[in-house]
Design a protein around this ligand. Structure first.
Ligand SMILES: NC(=O)c1ccc[n+]([C@@H]2O[C@H](COP(=O)([O-])OP(=O)(O)OC[C@H]3O[C@@H](n4cnc5c(N)ncnc54)[C@H](OP(=O)(O)O)[C@@H]3O)[C@@H](O)[C@H]2O)c1
Length: 327
């Protein structure tokens, strides 16, 4: 088969469409014939040599895909899946390829009404947002969520899902255009982080109370302001370190407000935890996608061999939502 290989750590041009060995399904795994995959910030980090795949994961980039089951490995007879089934999948790597092996617990049905190409844009954002905002952050109806980077792949999904489940949504982004898109997707308040201090605006918009949950992608650069922006019993879930990995944490503020700070990465979680998250997404999120309440937001679609161009677009942050790569 062919896959996008990272010839050496570096700029987008190190991504080359090369011939590689076919994957073989292990116990409990399926091989998916890939129709489409989608680009994630983590792929950029992996390409630069800063985010190696976890042990046992395929070495090629790609954390999600859609396609059809081509093969089922040993121990999958009771999985409910058959060869030829259309699926989308949460991967630990290897999506930028013609075929990929994946544990059957990480397969999801393609939601009714979503075409097979667009389905590639769903697994990573749905699983990340569901696990962090709802399983860990326990966001409830009537509470307020602050989503940083509302125009990102993750942000566009978080805004839609939180709005659909009855939360008030405040989001940050770097341009008026992106904030307008976020409002269309259900955001109640948009803050241009280049023009205003988000913490001051959150205080104003919540009457001084703060927000219940924050989904953060900035890490160190936003830690102090995030903690300041949380309401009593607030939950901060950090999923990205685009603003650095360390900063001072004011434990006094945490004691007084009874706050919690969580940080997770989905990719390194054991297969059993991923399967639990996937099951939650199918039960709680897919019905909203099938009803048309939430949709995959695809900025553009490029052929897989042009992955380098897709990475350049992602690094420019000109996109809103996901960049999809097709066979
Ligand atoms: N831990 C996990 O399991 C997990 C899983 C998936 C993704 N992630 C992380 O989630 C983040 C988003 O991923 P993605 O694939 O959706 O990437 P993406 O589409 O490239 O989004 C990155 C976004 O960050 C925005 N941004 C940059 N500086 C910002 C700032 N100071 N404040 C607010 N927004 C800012 C950018 O747009 P503007 O600057 O134009 O607003 C852009 O929309 C990444 O950090 C990624 O590593 C983590």
């Amino acid at each position: 088969m062919h896959a996008i290989v990272i010839s050496e750590p570096g700029a987008p041009d190190v991504l080359t469409w090369s011939e590689v060995p076919d994957p073989v399904p292990g116990t409990g795994e399926a091989v998916v014939e890939v129709t489409a995959t989608a680009v994630n910030r983590a792929d950029v980090n992996q390409r630069q040599g800063n985010y190696p795949p976890p042990p046992g994961a395929p070495e090629y980039p790609g954390l999600e895909c859609s396609g059809r089951i081509a093969e089922l490995g040993p121990g999958t007879a009771d999985s409910g899946w058959s060869v030829g089934d259309p699926v989308c999948a949460l991967l630990s790597g290897g999506g930028y390829a013609e075929r990929v092996a994946v544990p059957v617990g990480q397969l999801l049905p393609v939601p009714e009404g979503v075409d097979l190409v667009a389905a590639a844009a769903l697994p990573e954002v749905a699983c990340t947002v569901w696990s962090n905002v709802f399983m860990i952050g326990r966001l409830r109806e009537g509470e307020t969520l602050l989503v940083h980077g509302g125009g990102s792949g993750i942000g566009t999904f978080a805004v839609q899902l939180a709005h659909a489940r009855g939360a008030r949504v405040i989001t940050t982004a770097g341009s008026a255009d992106k904030l307008a898109r976020c409002r269309e997707l259900g955001a109640d308040v948009g803050i241009n982080y280049r023009e205003e201090d988000f913490a001051a605006r959150v205080k104003e918009e919540t009457g001084g109370a703060g927000v219940d949950v924050i989904l953060d992608i900035m890490g160190g650069a936003y830690l102090e302001r995030n903690v300041r922006s949380l309401a009593v019993n607030g939950r901060l879930t950090v999923i990205g370190l685009m603003g650095g990995r360390s900063a001072e944490l004011d434990l006094g503020r945490m004691l007084v407000k009874r706050l919690s700070v969580h940080a997770t990465t989905l990719r390194s979680r054991p297969a059993a935890e991923k399967a639990e998250i996937v099951a939650g997404v199918v039960e709680h999120v897919w019905p909203l996608v099938e009803a048309g309440t939430i949709r995959p937001i695809v900025d553009q679609t490029l052929p897989l061999p042009r992955a380098a161009e897709a990475h350049r677009i992602m690094e420019s942050s000109a996109h809103v939502g996901k960049i999809v790569l097709t066979r």
